[in-house]
Each structure stands twice: as structure tokens, then as C-alpha cells.
Design a protein around this ligand. Structure first.
Ligand SMILES: [Zn+2]
Ligand SMILES: [Zn+2]
Length: 237
């Protein structure tokens, strides 16, 4: 057992481990219960826009999108448990699944979508950062938290429609760092309209990145009835 494993085992004595999706008790060395693990089905997304089916968007600032699951069912439960509680198991699971999709040697580092300091204080952690950290461990890539900044906002992104999300995305800013020639893998928990990821990827390019890929834990899947799109999008995240 390595140090991390001993820590997890000891922690389990005091805080029994729970499934990252449904919350049932599970052995200390697992991330999900067998039921959730079996019902999570990998999603095949368009590698360009990250959606199923392709949404036809062109000229995106990222060159390739990776996603683990559709944002629905158990995967949605897992994301909500990351956002609401302090169960980080699903972030570790997503990091592993995404990490297994990243071609060896394709990127130099991982940059998680940042969270404002105020939100970070409220939640205690940035879930995009936790997913990025797990992915970094899996792929042997460093995680850089010094590239992007999110200015404070009173509005929660999940309360916004597509138009407002574009405005909200302007709260993301570049730091003083230069990323000349680096191939960056941006990461976030959920890809919804793409306005956050596009803004962040544009900033990374302006900072000199030679290539930007984007890894999303989950991607929202368009429902077949377009009149529901807006309410559907507004409920996410
Ligand atoms: Zn479960
Ligand atoms: Zn596409």
C-alpha cells in the first residue's frame, strides 16, 4: 500500500467511503458502487465540438474535445454530488476515464477552468481542478493553476441561458503567464453551450499556446424537441 492508499484506508474508518454517484457505502478502495459503475456508458462525441450529434459549430478555439459521459442519469448524479457535497470520488473516476482517452505525448500540461476565489471559499474545492489533477496523475502531466483567473460574480452559471452564458464567460481572464509553444489540455466538469471553454481556450491561445485540447467530464446532450432547448440548458450546470 502506498501513502495515498493508507490515507484512504484510515479515512474510511472514520468517514466510510461512498459511491461518487449514488452515495451508497462502498469499500474504501473503490470510487463507485458496482451498480453505478455498470450503468455508466461511455459517450462517443464529435471530436471537434464535443457534442452528440455534432452541432455544426466551426472555427472553435480548441482543436479536439474529449468527453467521458453524457450529462444524464448516474453521470449527472455524480456531477451534482461533486458540486453539492464533499464526495470527490466521481472527479477521480472522470480523471481516469478522460486520462485513458488522451494520446500519449499529445499535451504538455493540463489547465483546469478556474473558479473565483469567493466560490472556492464557499465550496472548498474546484471540481474542474480535481478532475484535472486525477487526469494529470493518470497521464503523467503537470496541472497549471497559474494561467487563468475567474473574476468574482454573484450569478451562478446554471441559472443562465445561452446568451447570458456568453456574457458570463467574459469573467474569465488570462494571467501574466506566457504559454509560448505549449500544447495545453483545458479541462472542466461539464460542457454545456461551450461558451466557458471557448473563452478559456481563446485566452490560452492569446497567451501563446500552440494547441489547445479540451477535456470535459460530461457533455450535455441535445434533446430532440428544440423548443425545450432553452429550459433544458438553463437547468444544467
Ligand atoms: Zn452508486
Ligand atoms: Zn461537431
Amino acid at each position: 500500500m502506498n501513502r495515498e492508499a493508507i490515507k484512504a484506508w484510515l479515512l474510511d474508518l472514520f468517514y466510510p467511503n461512498r459511491c461518487g454517484c449514488c452515495g451508497v457505502f462502498i469499500p474504501w478502495d473503490q470510487l463507485l458502487c458496482p451498480d453505478c459503475a455498470a450503468s455508466l456508458q461511455p459517450v462517443q462525441v464529435c471530436p471537434h465540438c464535443g457534442k452528440v450529434p455534432c452541432n455544426g459549430q466551426e472555427a472553435l478555439p480548441y482543436s479536439r474535445v474529449y468527453a467521458a459521459y453524457a450529462y444524464a442519469d448516474r453521470a449527472k448524479d455524480g456531477i451534482l454530488s461533486l458540486k453539492r457535497g464533499h464526495n470527490l470520488n466521481f472527479a477521480m473516476h472522470l480523471g481516469k476515464v478522460l486520462g485513458s482517452q488522451i494520446p500519449a505525448g499529445a499535451y504538455d500540461c493540463i489547465v483546469p477552468v478556474p473558479m473565483s476565489r469567493q466560490r472556492l471559499r464557499e465550496r472548498g474545492y474546484n471540481q474542474a481542478e480535481r478532475i484535472g489533477a486525477a487526469m494529470g496523475t493518470y497521464c503523467g502531466l503537470p496541472v497549471r493553476k497559474d494561467c487563468l483567473i475567474q473574476r468574482q460574480s454573484k450569478i451562478r452559471q446554471h441559472e443562465l441561458g445561452a446568451k447570458e452564458r456568453q456574457e458570463h464567460a467574459k469573467l474569465y481572464e488570462a494571467s501574466e503567464q506566457r504559454l509560448d509553444g505549449l500544447r495545453i489540455l483545458l479541462c472542466d466538469d461539464v460542457l454545456t453551450t461551450g461558451s466557458t471553454a471557448q473563452r478559456c481556450a481563446q485566452l490560452l491561445r492569446q497567451m501563446g499556446a500552440a494547441d489547445v485540447g479540451f477535456a470535459a467530464g460530461c457533455t450535455s446532450i441535445r434533446k430532440c424537441r428544440p423548443e425545450h432547448d432553452r429550459s433544458y440548458q438553463a437547468k444544467e450546470k
